[in-house]
Write a protein that binds this ligand. Sequence first.
Ligand code: 2M8
Length: 416
Amino acid sequence: MNTHIDQAKRILAVNDRGGYTVPTDRLYPFQWNWDSAFVAMGFALYDTDRAYRELERLVEGQWADGMIPHIVFHAPSDTYFPGPNVWRTKHPTPTSGITQPPVFAIALRKLYEAAGKDAEARTLPLYEAALKWHRWWYSARDPEGTGLVALLHPWESGSDNSPAWDIALARVPTTTDTPVVRKDTGHVDADMRPRDEDYRRFIHLVDTYAACGWDPAKQWEKAPFKVAEIQTTAILLKAGEDLEALAREFGRMDDVAEIAALNALTRKAILAQWRPALSRFVSRDLVSGEDIEAATQAGFIPLLSLDLEKPIADALVDEMRAWSKSLKVAFPTTKPGSASWEPKRYWRGPAWAIINWLLINGLKRNGHADASEELRKSTVTAIETEGFAEYFDPVTGEGCGGLGFSWTAAAYLWLE
Ligand code: 2M8
């Protein structure tokens, strides 16, 4: 009997707040969007009813325009900043006003596969919610129809303080109407968190979009931060593939045609972001029109949703191996040794089990079973050695950030 499996399940149980799972106690006391999608996949392995519940509770926060917000504030808590009074959104269940990577449909397909045909009636409303959200992504965040979707806030990427945003975020003023009263640094070491200056810019963006009444067209016009992002777009494409498969399963042939066309557009757009000289894919800063060349994990995530030509897949894997050389835990979220590399600071270097989960699937899809297996083992060993930490220092292997972390537990259940 693997006691780590029991521990992982216990973490998910302890972080349950009534059909939804908080990422970890106190540091993140609400329901987060992509965390819940990963958690639902974890539950799908042993409790499909609870897995469905997780997604259903997330959808309670879905806006009329289709957006599924990055946080749903089901119950009040004063241990997190910024709370609902800062977001000033108008949804009946309080939510944030921005979104997060659309892992939802990936989870939904896995759940439906686990639950079987009998679960069709329960799956359909969630399928509709996912389709509405995907339409929102393409209309609100790619109004010009490029096939790449844009983020208007670093928090939407899930990789909050990634070096990928350094240039684009530097243009955002540090002035805020809302006082910045951080709570995160009271829970974990400030050296492991985004800097105060980052937070001022994050809140400047929230103030700016709240002043737009959270209207997508107004935000698009006013956004001082606008990045066509490769990791989110690659996740959207994988989710789009899974949505297309569900549409086919449910005989929704009009939806199949619509989703397939969006997927084809995005597939082509991602491929155009391949940069052979960097051996990575790149995002585009839509304010400057320039490539974002910062060396981060995002450039490898297209493995998840594209069947790449062998030379491209091989180049990605060689580059990944070069980054991982002499690390205790792969895969680093910033290239080791680069100027912005900080192995303990959140999304500027550490290894994250959920990112590894995406890469493990992507490597397998692209014919690199060995590299996939190496990464799987490295992730499992890190968790078994250090526990279910939010993330890991790739040099020392130390578990960092919040402990008893839900998505690390869910990832373990899939990867062990
Ligand atoms: C982190 O982000 C939140 C803001 O959304 C924060 O730092 O306050 C990120 O790691 C994000 O990817 C994650 O979804 C969230 C909850 O685990 O925490």
